[in-house]
Design a binder for this molecule. Structure first.
Ligand code: FMN
Length: 369
């Protein structure tokens, strides 16, 4: 993957000038409880059936890859992992002991993530792709829990048997996955290992039994550092009835916030830029289109805006703007080079990553390797 790093000097007593200014020292947000991002360990990989049977007594079979279901909008991909499609259900439909699978009258099964992904495909017209592991998980739910949790604890990333042929065509990826063992399910991690979604927008939708998103958003962002990861909604298995409306409303909201591909290109052509001076370093940054940026632009028109910044938690510089701007906060997973508004009146510039509710201001263009 393309893992560019933004080399913001970590010790400085210099200016960040929208001009913004940065200086060393602590204190600006000392009582801030924002958590540091988690560091992920390298995973083991492999595909042997033994990596499944060591946790539960059952007979996994080699999966038959399902075809991608093309929609009408080939810029949008809906990739999902579900027990349905990853369980050899034909061998034991009566043995299903789970709130996770609906067994239809004709014997066909529908998983929760499968159902959510289907709704998203219906609403967006995107291509629908089932993430499939090389071997099937048990039909029995409790056994699947044992296998899934065991694989997570052991850091095992299963081999996948279904593969996307054309990833470049997608600018938007809806990733629909179950929470397993209080985190991103291991087959979903394996899927993110396989593809580079740099520059794409990933909307995360998590099926669960109460853990909501757990730490899955951070895990997705860590796996795809150059993608924009946006929280969709988490759906508990108890809320599946009526969840279609919630999913539909969320997608509507996301579509209003993020322009379509065509609109993005147009916007890029007219994107507003500003110069950012940090000490002796000068960067350009592309600005967002929101009220906070418009108000900041007005400030800059009156003269350089200088901010004294201090380091916070080893991943950001933060400093008071001296004025409150109109916020449009949303849960944001930041990457190096992001400039955001925190608490309405603090400018934060990232050289690492964090997840918090911010208003985006812009992003440094010229990241250095
Ligand atoms: C291996 C395994 C581990 C799970 N761990 C959790 C968990 O930690 N937290 C949670 O809220 N739900 C957990 N669940 C429940 C699933 O997230 C939930 O049933 C989901 O709706 C399954 O979607 P599916 O039917 O499409 O596979 C787990 C399920 C399995 C099979």
């Amino acid at each position: 993957m393309n893992r560019k790093k933004f080399l913001l000097p970590t010790v400085m007593t210099a200016l960040l000038v929208f001009l913004l200014t940065a200086c060393g020292g602590k204190g600006a947000v000392a009582d801030d409880m924002r958590p540091a991002p988690e560091v992920t360990e390298p995973a083991q990989t492999g595909g042997a059936a033994e990596a499944y049977t060591k946790y539960a007594d059952y007979e996994p079979v080699q999966a038959v890859p399902a075809e991608l279901i093309p929609g009408t909008n080939h810029n949008v991909l809906i990739a999902y992992f579900s027990r349905s499609g990853n369980t050899n259900i034909a061998d034991g439909v009566d043995a299903v002991s789970s709130a996770s699978l609906t067994v239809n009258e004709d014997g066909s099964t529908l998983g929760n993530t499968e159902q959510i992904a289907g709704w998203i495909a219906e609403i967006t017209g995107g291509d629908l792709f089932l993430i499939q592991t090389e071997y099937t998980y048990p039909v029995d739910y409790d056994q699947t829990v044992e296998v899934g949790e065991g694989q997570d604890i052991d850091g095992y990333h299963p081999n996948l048997i279904s593969h996307l042929e054309q990833v470049e065509q997608y600018d938007t990826v809806y990733l629909v996955y179950p929470i397993w063992h209080y985190t991103l399910s291991v087959p979903t991690v394996a899927f993110l290992d396989e593809y580079d979604f740099s520059g794409k927008t990933i909307y995360a939708f998590a099926a669960n039994a109460g853990s909501r998103f757990a730490d899955s958003i951070e895990k997705i962002q860590a796996a795809e550092p150059e993608a924009t990861v946006i929280e969709g909604i988490s759906v508990s298995q108890r809320e599946m009835d009526g969840a279609k409306d919630a999913v539909s409303a969320k997608i509507q909201e996301l579509m209003e916030e993020v322009p379509s591909m065509g609109e993005t290109s147009e916007k890029e052509q007219t994107a507003m830029k500003m110069n950012v001076q940090v000490g002796t370093y000068t960067f350009t940054a592309t600005l967002e289109d929101n009220d906070a940026v418009r108000e900041l632009t007005e400030m800059m028109q009156a003269g350089p805006v200088t901010i004294n910044m201090s380091d916070y938690s080893g991943f950001e510089k933060v400093g008071p703007l001296g004025k409150s701007l109109t916020t449009s906060n949303s849960q944001t997973v930041t990457t190096a080079g992001d400039i955001v508004l925190y608490n309405g009146n603090n400018i934060v510039m990232f050289y690492g990553s964090n997840s918090w509710s911010y208003t985006r201001i812009g992003k440094i263009d010229d990241l250095t390797d």
